[in-house]
Design a binder for this molecule. Structure first.
Ligand code: NAD
Length: 498
């Protein structure tokens, strides 16, 4: 299995191209630097055709009962189960994440499909007490329309599924603009979608819009798409938000994070080190929830750092499909340059590299997992931004209050964690004056969320919520309805008219 090439995987998955006749999108294996396949982007005319097909399908799909819509998503989940390993390996080949994480990503798709199937029998509105006699006041949730889904390279298949599985049961049709760095993953998923769509008379519910920034921009400006769900960097998210807002469309934004973990005296250090190492090094630091800042209470700073260094020494770097490897390459040579620039900036700002810091002298985009002991957080600006690489900045703090102040002092607000056995400290961290992030964990790391909860973050992370809980509401339109079943016409607020 581990020796399969992207081409073989695509063949086994029965992929024929879903590209168009626009520019070529080259898939490059980040482990070797070798090209491994290509598809073509859509032209504007081809894009318009896919939107029109989606709109036509929407007319029928929105009236299909939600539990019937769920059957399409159930079949997709079953097909993903059958092809979990193949698709997971393809994810590894395009992103460089290790095999377990590639397969884990596909498992996440299966989980969200299961969730969405259940949800298809649970979409619900409220009935509200009316102030008027013989009146019923209620909320209904209706399908919204075609949804534009723009995704990042680092979760090339799961992020699409968080959106698409929910949107489909909600009665929407989906147009997916994947990252140009992972074109093969997107055509593979689309091939599976086409198979299930054929079984369920659902062609047009899921369609692909391959390309780079340009088709992403078309979606932003396209009034036929009432919602653009965007996952990516803050810089691009800002452009997307203002373009969609200028036509008064809706956005769901899942942008960059800059996630912090706090370790207090008395915490279980073994557990903390395992969670922090996975959080900082997993996916080579290329998760939106990667642990990037660590705040350690003074009394345990030295032993914790020693344990972290010891853990980092055991990290095997290499081909992500090789057994025992825990860290693969960064996605592109540009990502490696950003890593080096951040390490240099950290040094210039007074940071001390305690582990790693170097680019590996071998083919592919390999860097070392890096631990940097930092000066005070407020005099170390490199830590206020997200560098998408395995760099962990370590700050010594006097107490929880100092840790919280520094933790919340960045513009991003995705994920956070505290390691403590103190109930009081844990509750303080989770309180209204504690972590300001969308995700806050106790004795569990910042990354590796389950799909059952709503996922997303505050501040410049964009405020969107995807996946579990009531995130489905983003894909529907709310209608408040009053039904008068009496013979009089009482007006609200007691108004007498005539
Ligand atoms: P990116 O912003 O470079 O690209 C994201 C997507 O936007 C790609 O599909 C890209 O082609 C498209 N795009 C580029 N320019 C565009 C434009 N002008 N209009 C519309 N679309 C455009 O991000 P990336 O490097 O692929 O991914 C890494 C970033 O994504 C990190 O910041 C990471 O934190 C973030 N991310 C966030 C989450 C989350 O759930 N919060 C999840 C995964 C990744």
């Amino acid at each position: 299995m581990g020796t399969l090439k992207a081409k073989d995987i695509l063949e086994r998955l029965g992929v024929s191209t879903h590209g168009g006749s626009g520019d070529a999108l080259e898939s490059v294996n980040p482990t070797t630097g070798a090209p491994q396949g290509r598809i073509r982007a859509l032209t504007r005319a081809e894009y318009d055709q896919r939107v029109e097909t989606g709109l036509r399908k929407f007319d029928e799909w929105r009236l299909r009962p939600a539990p019937r819509r769920g059957e399409l998503v159930r079949s997709l989940g079953e097909l993903l189960r059958q092809h979990k390993e193949l698709l997971g390996e393809l994810v590894s080949l395009e992103t460089g994440k290790i095999r377990a994480e590639g397969i884990g990503e596909v498992q996440e798709m299966i989980d969200i499909c299961d969730f969405a199937v259940g949800l298809s029998r649970q979409l619900h509105g409220l009935t509200i007490a009316s102030e008027r006699p013989c009146h019923r006041l209620m909320e209904q949730w209706h399908p919204l329309g075609p949804v534009g889904i723009v995704t990042a390279f680092n979760f090339p298949v799961a992020v699409w599924s968080w959106n698409a599985a929910l949107a489909a049961v909600c009665g929407d049709v989906c147009l997916w603009k994947p990252s140009p760095l992972t074109p093969l993953c997107s055509v593979a998923v689309q091939a599976l979608c086409d198979r299930v769509a054929a079984e369920h008379d659902a062609a047009g519910v899921f369609s692909l819009v391959p390309g780079g920034a340009e088709p992403g921009g078309w979606m932003c400006d396209d009034a036929r798409l009432p919602l653009v769900s965007f996952t990516g960097s803050i810089a691009i998210g800002r452009q997307v938000a203002s373009r969609v807002a200028s036509r008064l469309g809706r956005t769901l934004l899942e942008l960059g994070g800059n996630n912090g973990a706090i370790v207090l005296e008395g915490a279980d250090l073994e557990l903390a080190v395992r969670a922090i190492t996975f959080g900082a090094v997993g996916t080579a630091g290329q998760r939106c929830t990667t642990t990037r800042r660590l705040f350690v209470q003074r009394g345990i700073a030295a032993p914790l750092l020693d344990k972290l260094v010891a853990a980092y020494r055991t990290i095997r770097i290499g081909d992500p499909l090789e057994e025992g490897v825990l860290m693969g390459p960064l996605v592109t040579a540009t990502a490696v340059e950003r890593f080096s620039a951040a390490v240099a900036a950290a040094r210039a700002q007074g940071g001390e590299v305690r582990f790693g810091g170097r680019v590996l002298d071998r083919p592919g985009n390999f860097v070392e997992p890096t631990l940097i002991v930092a000066p005070r957080h407020d005099s170390f600006p490199i830590a206020w931004e997200e560098t998408f690489a395995p760099i962990l900045y370590v700050f010594e703090v006097a107490d929880l209050e100092e840790a919280l102040r520094a933790h919340n002092a960045v513009p991003q607000g995705l994920s956070s964690a505290i390691f403590t056995d103190s109930l009081r400290a844990a509750e303080r961290f989770l309180s209204a004056s504690g972590s300001d992030c969308g995700i806050a964990n106790v004795n569990a790391g910042t990354s590796g969320a389950e799909i059952g909860g709503a996922f997303g973050g505050e501040k410049e992370t964009g405020g969107g919520r995807e996946s579990g809980s009531d995130a489905w509401k983003a894909y529907m339109r709310r209608q408040t309805s009053t039904v008068n079943w009496g013979r009089d016409l009482p007006l609200a607020q007691g108004i007498q008219f005539g």
